[in-house]
Design a protein around this ligand. Structure first.
Ligand SMILES: *Cc1c(COP(=O)(O)O)cnc(C)c1O
Length: 382
C-alpha cells in the first residue's frame, strides 16, 4: 500500500500541457503573458479587482504590510493560532506581531478579544497599525465583526487567505474580505504552483505598488534606476501557467474535499470524544484539511497515540498549528487570551484530505482511528 499524505497536489495532463506550452513560448522568466492571465483568474476567484502573482504567500503578506506603510517599530495584531508565516511576515516588514487567541466557535481570531486587545495595547501606548486575520484550515474568519472593529479603530485588515481559496463568507469568495488578501500556492495548499502566492485587493494603486516592489522597484527606464528598496518576489511565468490550470480545477477540488470531509463526519461522528472543527454559519469552508479534536479522557486515546497508529500504516496526520505564543521565537510578544488555541493544539489532529484520497483508503483511516477508542484509557504515552 502506498503512503498517504496530508494534502498532496492534484496535477494532471492539463497542468502538464499548460506548463509545456509556457515553456515552448520561451517566456521562462518572472515576466510573460501567463502572469497577467493568472492574476486575472486569481482576482476573479477571490471576488477582487486586482492581483499580483508572487513567489510565496509569505511574500504576499510581506508586501501587503509594506504597501500599507507598516514598518519598523509598528505593532501588528496577528491570529495566535496559525502557521508561523503569518507572523514572520510582520517581522520581515520590520514590525512586530502581537497575538489574539482563536474563537472556539470558528478557530479563527476571536473578534471580542480583538477589540479588547486593541484597547489594552493602545492604553499601553502601542496602538496596533494593522490586523492580519487568518482563515484557518479553509474557513473564513468572522469578517462582519472584524471589519466593524477595524473600521472603528481605523486600521486595515490583511486577510491571510493562504488556506481558504474557494471558501465563501456570506455570498462572497474568500479573499474579498480584507483590504488586501494573501493567497498561497505552496505544494500542500488546495491550489498549487509548487511554490507561489498572490496578493489581491480592490485598490489598484496598492496592487500596482506591490508589483513595483516585487520586481526590484525598477523604474520603467533602461538605465536601471530605483526609487525604492525592492524585492525579488515575482512568480515565474512558467508557474503562472501551472497556476492557471490549477485554478480551472478549483471547482472539482472543492467538490472532492467536501466529499472527503463528509465521509469523515459520517465515519467518526458517532465516536465519543471526537469532534470536528466547528463550521461557522456565515460561510462555506473549502475543507482544505479536515481537522478533528480528540478528548483523551472520553475517547480513551490521545491525538499523539492516534497519529502514531496512522504513521505505522504509512498515513500522514499532523497536530493542529502550534499557537504563536507557544513558539520560543515569540514567547515574549504581547498576547490576549491563548487558552483556546492551546486546547486546539493539544487535541487537534489534521487528517489526510487530498483531492484524490479514495474511499477505500479513507475508510481504512477511519477504521484505524475508531479502533483506538478506549485503547489507552489511562492516557499512557506511546
Ligand atoms: C501556507 C501558509 C502561509 C505561507 O504561504 P507560503 O506560500 O508557504 O509562503 C501563510 N499563512 C498561512 C495561514 C499558511 O497556511
Amino acid at each position: 500500500m502506498t503512503q498517504i499524505f496530508l494534502s498532496p497536489p492534484w496535477v494532471d495532463a492539463d497542468e502538464r500541457q499548460a506548463l509545456l506550452d509556457a515553456f515552448d513560448s520561451n517566456w521562462i522568466a518572472p515576466v510573460g503573458p501567463n502572469l497577467a492571465e493568472f492574476e486575472k483568474a486569481g482576482a476573479v476567484a477571490t471576488g477582487t479587482a486586482h492581483g499580483v502573482a508572487l513567489t510565496s504567500g509569505t511574500a504576499a503578506l510581506h508586501l501587503a504590510l509594506d504597501v500599507l506603510g507598516i514598518g519598523p517599530g509598528d505593532e501588528v495584531v496577528v491570529s495566535d493560532l496559525t502557521f508561523a508565516a503569518s507572523a514572520f511576515a510582520v517581522v520581515h516588514a520590520g514590525a512586530y506581531p502581537s497575538f489574539v487567541d482563536a474563537d472556539r466557535s470558528t478557530w479563527c481570531i476571536d473578534p471580542e478579544l480583538l477589540e479588547e486587545h486593541l484597547l489594552l495595547r493602545t492604553n499601553a501606548g502601542h496602538r496596533p497599525k494593522a490586523i492580519v486575520s487568518v482563515d484557518l484550515y479553509g474557513q473564513c474568519a468572522d469578517y462582519d465583526a472584524i471589519r466593524a472593529t477595524a473600521k472603528r479603530w481605523e486600521i486595515p485588515v490583511i486577510q491571510d487567505a493562504a488556506e481558504s481559496l474557494g471558501a465563501t463568507h456570506r455570498d462572497k469568495p474568500a479573499g474579498a474580505q480584507g483590504d488586501l488578501s494573501c493567497l498561497s500556492f505552496n505544494g500542500n495548499k488546495i491550489v498549487t504552483t509548487s511554490g507561489g502566492g498572490m496578493l489581491v485587493g480592490d485598490d489598484g494603486a496598492l496592487i500596482d505598488r506591490a508589483r513595483h516592489l516585487a520586481t526590484q522597484a525598477r523604474q520603467p527606464v533602461e538605465h536601471y534606476e530605483h526609487d525604492d528598496i525592492g524585492y525579488n518576489y515575482r512568480l515565474s511565468n512558467l508557474l503562472a501557467a501551472l497556476g492557471e490550470a490549477q485554478l480551472r480545477r478549483l471547482p472539482a477540488k472543492l467538490r472532492a474535499r467536501a466529499a472527503i470531509h463528509t465521509r469523515y463526519r459520517e465515519g467518526l461522528d458517532g465516536l465519543e470524544g471526537i469532534d470536528f472543527m466547528p463550521v461557522a454559519d456565515y460561510g462555506v469552508p473549502n475543507h482544505w484539511l479536515t481537522v478533528i479534536t480528540i478528548d483523551p479522557a472520553v475517547f480513551g486515546a490521545d491525538r499523539t497515540q492516534v497519529s502514531a497508529v496512522l504513521r505505522e500504516a504509512d498515513i500522514e496526520s499532523r497536530p493542529a498549528w502550534k499557537p504563536m505564543h507557544l513558539q520560543p521565537v515569540f514567547a515574549s510578544n504581547p498576547l490576549t487570551g491563548g487558552l483556546v488555541g492551546e486546547r486546539i493544539y493539544e487535541h487537534g489532529l489534521c487528517l489526510p484530505s487530498g483531492d484524490l484520497l479514495d474511499e477505500a483508503d479513507q475508510d481504512r483511516i477511519i477504521a484505524l482511528i475508531a479502533a483506538q477508542a478506549g485503547s489507552h484509557p489511562t492516557g499512557i504515552d506511546l
